[in-house]
Design a protein around this ligand. Sequence first.
Ligand code: ATP
Ligand code: MG
Length: 394
Amino acid sequence: MERTIIIRYGEIVLKGQNRRFFEDKLVKQIRFAIKDLGDIRTYKKDSRIYIDSEGFDEDQIVQRVKKIFGIILISRAIRLPVDFELIKRTACEEIERKHKTDGVKTFKVDSKRVDKSFPLKSPEISREVGGYILQNQSNATVDIHNPDVTVYVEIRDEAYIFVEKIKGFGGLPIGSSCKGLLLLSGGIDSPVAGWLTARRGLEIDAVHFHSYPFTSERAREKVLELAKTLAIYIGSFKMYSINLLPIQQEINEKCKEEEMTIISRRFMMKIAENIAINRADAKALITGESIGQVASQTVESLHTTNSSVDLPVFRPLIAMNKEDIIQLARDIGTYETSILPYEDCCTVFLPKRPLTKPRLEKILTSEARLDVEALIKNAIENMEIQVISIDDFI
Ligand code: ATP
Ligand code: MG
């Protein structure tokens, strides 16, 4: 008997020919995530992944693996020979353990016979194992419909027994799609937007705009902190930092006050597009915009911003409510950092009454007063590039 962790992945199975490619990616990512925990055998078998965890820190393994996209279920399990007496005894011990640790009073047995040469059918296995537990363990009774715990018994070339199914985030493994460039601010929304698109398998690089020295060093550290939290899920990535101040000063001088936000937003998009195409090899931009959240996110504003670029812009939060975004930010672990009260580059020249219904033609006319090409070129020439890597697993 030995301990193993069973990892199940969902959608990958549907991907026909590419399935192997996805599975291999997943195995690699799991190995990477747990590599400092020991020499832990991790491999693909039976359309799932096993992590042979005997003697290793299972809680840590589960914590790490839970954050990998593409995984739907995780179960700490016992692997044992297909010996029915041993199986019954082990299942019984598991219930006893759960009774002691979690006070469970009711149980059911859920069996799966994969090896059809095993003489008992699945329901018969459940009945026999359940009967054995009832006879040998005075604390727990059966409740088929609403048990405190389900003991799963699987008969394959070996047998597996487990009492938990921990939910993963699902989605697709990072790198199963191309790359997107995330416009990462210090706010609540954009880290969540990056996380959601990464969960669909997209690799991510990020671009951040600041207005140093108007925005502080601490504001910069805040974004770095957010980026590092994202790296826990998406692996190391590049972050491009751009000083938007010269552009904002130019807009401030030559355009109407109320157009400040929308025109700087258009610059952000254009710069991001330029980096995506020329540096990052990214095929889409990602933002944390959501309809109506602020003046720059009305439908008219979104249209005006959108028209500044040709690359597709992914806005995974577009129809989400703020409470739901906040809940996700908490789950991911970015919320506490996002609410730290440091200034953002957008707040530096915040107009008193920003346009809520900008007209594209008018904005284009205003923009024509600026040397857009030169401003973009200059901003990109002065950008900094950092590699964000995982400091610490949380
Ligand atoms: P967030 O919480 O992500 O900051 P927000 O509600 O503050 O969003 P806006 O400030 O209007 O909204 O920004 C909308 C989107 O534009 C952000 O989600 C982000 O993708 C992008 N963005 C805004 N400011 C910056 C910045 N300083 N650097 C990079 N991207 C930015
Ligand atoms: Mg913001």
